[in-house]
Design a protein around this ligand. Structure first.
Ligand code: GLN
Length: 265
């Protein structure tokens, strides 16, 4: 791991608009997991009336209801070049739910509004027949994008969205949905995975619930030449993950029994 000249700049974009279900926690986890390892890090909040700078190391776009999402879309479009330039230059991006929808080409809301996304990822989102709400478990794709550490273990999170996302044919999902809805377009995936990019429907927030995912994002910016971060035991987070995995598999078993009972009449 090479020494950095400056602190890792963790950018929390539009927290007053894109912050459903405590997505700010993603920023706190990234900053703290750097500091616990002796790596200087700072939290940079980009308020909704400010341009998004191209100088951040990690860009965090959180979830939001349709109205704040509409406001966020304008600002993201206005700063599209800065975001694309920063990402191409080595920054990592985590985009959750509404934020994920806005990194695609377009988001069509249930009321017919069409929001143009920044087109960082080849995907579109359309309204579904209902909302996908509840616990989600995702098995991450075995992709080269994860780098030397390989894919993180099964991810857990919480979803609440109406949109259904379809990825372009060359775009990998973040992983396969084991429980819950995810992208909800029938392809069985959640989110998207690309070079230094994770998109997902998982709230929770997702990084406190999945510390190894947090470390993969950090490795992309702190150890871009394939180095690994020193291990950081996270017993509290791991026990929460194990408990959530148990709850999700109990839920799956319950729906399986219910479906069997219904089928038998
Ligand atoms: N407004 C979006 C939808 O319902 C995103 C919701 C969210 O971020 N939780 O699809």
């Amino acid at each position: 791991m090479s020494a950095r000249a400056s602190a890792v700049r963790i950018g929390l974009v539009y927290p007053e608009l894109l912050g459903t279900y405590g997505d700010r926690g993603n920023a706190i986890v990234l900053v703290e997991r750097c500091r616990w390892r002796g790596i200087p890090a700072e939290l940079v909040e980009v308020r909704a009336d400010e341009p998004i700078p191209d100088s951040l190391d990690v860009y965090l776009f959180g979830g939001g209801e349709d109205d704040p999402q509409l406001m966020a879309a304008d600002g993201m479009l206005a700063s599209r070049e800065a975001i694309v330039r920063a990402h191409a230059g080595g920054a990592a991006v985590l985009a959750v739910c509404a934020g994920f929808q806005l990194v695609g080409h377009r988001y069509e809301a249930a009321d017919g509004a069409v929001l143009e996304g920044i087109g960082l990822i080849d995907m579109i989102t359309r309204p579904g027949p209902d909302r996908l709400i509840g616990e989600v478990v995702v098995e991450p794709s075995a992709s080269a994008y994860w780098g030397a550490s390989g894919p993180p273990p099964r991810l857990t999170g919480f979803e609440n969205h109406g949109g259904r996302t379809t990825l372009g044919s060359d775009v990998e999902p973040l992983g396969r949905v084991i429980a819950g809805g995810g992208n909800g377009d029938g392809a069985g995936g959640d989110g998207a995975l690309a070079e230094r990019f994770v998109g997902t429907y998982l709230h929770g927030p997702v990084l406190p619930r999945n510390p190894e995912l947090a470390d993969r994002l950090l490795e992309w910016v702190v150890a871009p030449t394939g180095g690994r971060l020193p291990e950081l035991p996270s017993p509290l987070e791991e026990s929460l993950r194990a408990e959530r995995l148990r709850v999700a598999s109990a839920g799956r078993l319950r729906s399986w029994y219910q479906a069997r009972r219904l089928a038998r009449g």
